[in-house]
Design a protein around this ligand. Structure first.
Ligand SMILES: C[S@@+](CC[C@H](N)C(=O)[O-])C[C@H]1O[C@@H](n2cnc3c(N)ncnc32)[C@H](O)[C@@H]1O
Length: 378
C-alpha cells in the first residue's frame, strides 16, 4: 500500500546539521533542509522507522502535528491545544510526557504553559472517553514536543522516545565519554568512510572506534533497540517495521581485513570498558582495542586517519596545557607522517601544527565550546 509522505524534523547538535542532511539524503529522505540544530525532511511511515534505526547523527526524529499561532492569553493557549485532535494520534490510556523548549513573549512562565497544555490534552481525552493519559516523566510512551516562539507553539510527536544517542552499547561510561551522536558526527565531518585505517589513540570508553565500525560495517546504530515511541502511536505497522528492520540487517557487511579500526588508551580499565562496549555494539570483530600509551604509538602501513579528543583538565595551568598539546603535535608529526589527524580540543591547535587545517569546525561537547580540526601530517 502506498504510504503518505509527511514532514519530519531530525534534531542534532550544533555544527552537525550538514552531515545529518547528507545522511538523510543518502537514506532517501525527501527535500531535506538544514535548520538550526536540526534537519527537516519528508518521508512516509516506513522512512520514519528507518530513519530512527539508521541515522547516526540524529538525536530525535519529530513529527510536527500542529502549529498554533496568536497565543495571546492563557485561555487561547488552552483552547487551541484542546482543539488539536489528540485522539487521532494515540490512545487515552498511554503514559505521556512533554518536552518544552523556547519561550513565549506573551506568557513568560514556561512551567505554567506546560501545565496548561497538559490540562488541555488530558481534558480532551476525559471529555471524549471518560479516561485520560497519565503524565509519566520516567517511562513515557508518548513524548509531546512543544517548541515555543514569540506567540506561537509548534507541536510535534517525538517518534524516537529515548534519544537516539542512547544506542544501548555503552553501559560502562568512562571519564568524560563523548556523546555517541557527536562521535558519529566527528567521523563524518572528517569525511572518514572506511577507506583508511582509523586510529583513536586516547579512546576512553571506545566511542569513536565503535561508531567508526558501525559506519564501516553499515550497522544501523539503533537496529538492536526494541523500543521507539512510534510503536505506541495509532497506526504503528509492525509488519512494515519488521520488514524494514530485516532489510537493514541484510545490508550489514562482514569485517574486512583491508582496514583496521583501532583504539588505544594508556589506562587498562578504560580498555576493558571499551572492549565490553564494542561487544555490546556487536562490533568486537571490527575493532582492535589495546592498552598503549599515546607516546608509544606509531603509524601502521597504509593510509591512516587519527581522530581523538585528548583529556582536558580546566584546572591545569595554561602553560602545562600548552606543553601537553605541543608534545602531542610533536609526536604526531614525528610518528604519523602522511596521515591525517583530527582533534577535538577546547582551543584551536593551529599554532602548534604551524599550518592551516584541512577543515575546522566549532562544536559543543557537553557544555564546553570546542574546536574540531584536521591536519595533514607531512
Ligand atoms: C577525554 S577522554 C576520551 C574519551 C573518549 N573519546 C570516549 O568516548 O570515551 C581521554 C582519554 O585519554 C586517555 N589518555 C590520557 N593520556 C593518555 C596517553 N598518554 N596515552 C593514551 N591515552 C591517554 C585517558 O585515559 C582517557 O581515557
Amino acid at each position: 500500500m502506498k504510504q503518505e509522505n509527511f514532514k519530519m524534523i531530525a534534531t542534532t547538535f550544533k555544527g552537525l546539521e550538514r552531515v545529518l542532511k547528507r545522511e538523510v539524503l543518502e537514506l532517501g529522505g525527501q527535500k531535506p533542509r538544514e535548520l538550526i540544530r536540526a534537519v527537516e525532511f519528508y518521508g512516509d511511515k516506513g522512512f520514519m522507522y528507518k530513519a530512527n534505526m539508521k541515522l547516526a547523527t540524529a538525536i530525535r526524529i519529530l513529527k510536527p502535528i500542529a502549529h498554533l499561532r496568536n497565543i495571546k492569553s492563557v485561555a487561547a493557549l488552552y483552547n487551541k491545544v484542546y482543539d488539536v485532535p489528540w485522539e487521532k494520534f494515540f490512545h487515552s490510556r498511554k503514559r505521556i510526557y512533554f518536552h518544552v523548549s523556547g519561550e513565549l513573549d506573551t506568557i513568560p512562565n514556561t512551567r505554567f504553559i506546560s501545565q496548561k497544555v497538559k490540562d488541555a490534552v488530558v481534558d480532551r481525552f476525559r471529555d471524549r472517553y471518560g479516561n485520560r493519559p497519565d503524565v509519566d516523566k520516567d517511562k513515557p510512551e508518548i513524548i509531546i514536543n512543544l517548541h515555543l516562539f514569540r506567540n506561537q507553539i509548534s507541536i510535534s510527536l517525538d517518534s524516537s522516545g529515548n534519544p537516539l544517542f542512547k544506542r544501548g552499547y555503552r553501559e560502562e561510561t568512562g571519564f568524560a565519554p563523548l556523546n555517541e551522536v557527536l562521535a558519529a558526527g566527528l567521523i563524518r565531518l572528517a569525511r572518514w568512510n572506511g577507506d583508511t585505517h582509523l586510529i583513536d589513540p586516547m579512546t576512553g570508553s571506545g566511542t569513536i572506534p565503535i561508531e567508526g565500525a558501525l559506519l564501516a560495517a553499515n550497522i544501523p546504530p539503533n537496529i538492536y533497540r526494541d523500543e521507539f515511541a512510534f510503536m505506541h502511536w495509532h497506526g504503528f505497522d509492525k509488519d512494515l517495521y519488521n520488514l524494514i528492520r530485516k532489510s537493514l540487517l541484510d545490508r550489514i557487511k562482514e569485517p574486512t581485513d583491508l582496514i583496521e579500526i583501532i583504539g588505544y588508551d594508556n589506562n587498562p580499565a578504560m580498555i576493558e570498558k571499551a572492549l565490553k562496549n564494542a561487544k555490546n555494539a556487536g562490533v568486537e570483530d571490527f575493532v582492535r582495542l589495546e592498552v598503549k600509551d599515546f607516546f608509544d604509538t606509531r603509524k601502521i602501513p597504509g593510509p591512516v586517519t587519527l581522530l581523538f579528543n585528548p583529556p582536558y583538565d580546566k584546572r591545569l595551568p595554561v602553560k602545562n596545557r600548552e606543553e601537553f598539546y605541543r608534545k602531542i603535535v610533536r609526536h604526531l608529526n614525528e610518528n604519523f607522517r602522511w596521515s591525517n589527524a583530527w582533534l577535538l580540543t577546547p582551543e584551536p591547535l593551529q599554532k602548534y601544527f604551524a599550518k592551516k587545517p584541512i577543515a575546522s569546525y566549532k562544536l559543543i561537547n557537553g557544555k564546553i565550546p570546542v574546536f574540531f580540526a584536521g591536519y595533514e601530517l607531512a
